[in-house]
Design a protein around this ligand. Structure first.
Ligand code: CAA
Length: 407
């Protein structure tokens, strides 16, 4: 199979994945570059051939998809927007979002494993790290040789991220890090965590500092994986930091800059989660269309019924709207323009649309939607988390509202 780094096949790919429009030859093409198309193709081909066939098994068993994570790395999908000199595919965030949709369409668990590595582990080191940190930590992660995770959330500090209690105290040219982080996606398997700690008490968000901590550090203790409603193969866990002694060389960015590092990182991460929601929703929509054409009731396919057509029309509309919002936010990140508001809008809309779309897809399937065999119930369960992690819908509304009043 060809990969991102091979640049081989360049068939034109529509930006908006709409088979009927393509048949009419009228698909909108917002000028994807050859490279973005290649990455979209690579991800779609890989997801169809290698992830789709095992996605139900991964969901049922909750097995960590070691072989998929390895292949994502080999294909360049673990560091899509990281320059090749630092181990990545050297592409951009539009390509990353397109790839995230494809991978998540097959398996939402694989999607978020990829998203956390790209957006929450590689990106903050690329954007805030020095060359030594990029060489030691970023290059192997972007190449998929190691896996990263992101430690912001704590048991009593979720939406109000500024109230974290994990503390790092200076000890000469080292820091002693103590505390705990929870719901850490990739935590049980990750080699490296980008973690945030208070370094100056009473200084609010300006008293937080970011660190890069490898798993091998004494006192770094990941706990068993959480049991969850969905994304069963994407393991998350609590991580304890029991007096970890870490060199100042692993401090990421300036002392006191940690909160801003976290927020800027999440501005990018929310694009990945919005694209994940889009992929989950598209999977459910496509299954609903196929089922509606084949299932007969009252003497004809249910696709002939206006009640079903209206549901599918709403689903198609929301999918296109979500995709445009995701790609706008990704394009703004690529242009180096602040995209806090646009990322929040994309995540809010795509995640809530995914909940609505998977709900309708299950309804169209009737009783078959409720049983595992038809896979729609998996999409319905997987969609739900996209309204919660990397900022709940309520936090997205707070972020958007603050921009409304600044305007
Ligand atoms: N970019 C740059 N700077 C930013 C910023 C951004 N997006 N957002 C805030 N800041 C800056 C502010 O300008 C301010 O700077 P000054 O001190 O210089 O004025 C500082 O940060 C503090 O900002 P606020 O006063 O707005 O901070 P706040 O305490 O009111 O919190 C919040 C704002 C948006 C609610 C924030 O706490 C937040 O985003 N919460 C949600 C946390 C979250 O998303 N957690 C997800 C965990 S990760 C995860 O889920 C991973 C996974 O498993 C997949």
């Amino acid at each position: 199979m060809w990969g991102v780094r091979d640049l081989a096949v360049h068939e034109r790919t529509p930006l908006l994945w709409s088979p009927s429009a393509r048949r009419r030859g009228s698909n909108m093409d917002l000028d994807l570059t050859e490279e973005q198309r290649l990455i979209q193709h690579t991800a779609r081909d890989f997801a169809t051939r290698e992830i789709d066939p095992i996605a139900a098994e991964l969901d049922k068993t909750g097995r960590w998809p070691t072989e998929i994570v390895r292949r994502l790395g080999e294909l360049g999908l673990m560091g899509v927007a990281v320059p090749s000199e630092w181990g990545g595919a050297g592409s951009d965030n539009v390509a990353y979002a397109l790839a995230m949709e494809e991978i998540s369409r097959a398996c939402a668990s694989c999607g978020v494993i990829m998203s956390v590595n790209n957006s929450l582990a590689c990106a903050p080191i690329l954007e805030n790290g020095n060359d030594a940190q990029k060489r030691e930590f970023l290059a192997p992660m972007a190449a998929g040789k190691t896996l990263g995770c992101f430690g912001l959330t704590e048991p009593m500090s979720g939406s109000d991220a500024g109230t974290m209690e994990t503390f790092a105290e200076r000890d000469g040219d080292h820091w002693i890090l103590s505390g705990s982080k929870n719901f850490i996606t990739n935590g049980p398997a990750a080699d490296v965590i980008v973690v945030f700690a208070v370094t100056r008490r009473g200084a609010g968000s300006r008293g937080t500092t970011a660190f890069i901590v490898p798993r091998t550090t004494a006192g770094y203790v990941p706990q068993p994986a959480d049991e969850k409603l969905g994304i069963h193969a994407a393991h998350s866990c609590t991580v304890f930091f029991e007096g970890c002694r870490i060199p100042d060389a692993w401090r990421l960015g300036g002392e006191g800059d940690g909160f801003k590092v976290a927020m800027k990182t999440l501005d990018g991460g929310r694009i990945g989660i919005a694209a994940q929601a889009l992929g989950i929703a598209r999977a459910a929509y496509e299954k609903a269309v196929a089922y509606a054409k084949e299932r007969k009731a009252f003497g004809e396919p249910i696709a002939n019924k206006q009640a079903i057509q209206f549901m599918l029309a709403d689903m198609a509309t929301e999918l296109d709207a979500a995709r445009l919002l995701v790609l706008r936010a990704a394009a703004m990140k690529d242009q180096g323009v602040r995209h806090t508001r646009e990322s929040a809008i994309a995540k809010l809309y795509a995640s809530e649309a995914a909940t609505r779309i998977t709900h309708k897809a299950l309804q169209i399937h009737g009783g078959y939607g409720y049983v595992r065999e038809y896979h729609v119930e998996r999409h319905y369960r997987d969609a739900r988390i996209t309204e919660i992690y990397e900022g709940t819908s309520e936090i997205m509304r707070i972020v958007i509202a603050s921009s409304v009043f600044k305007a």
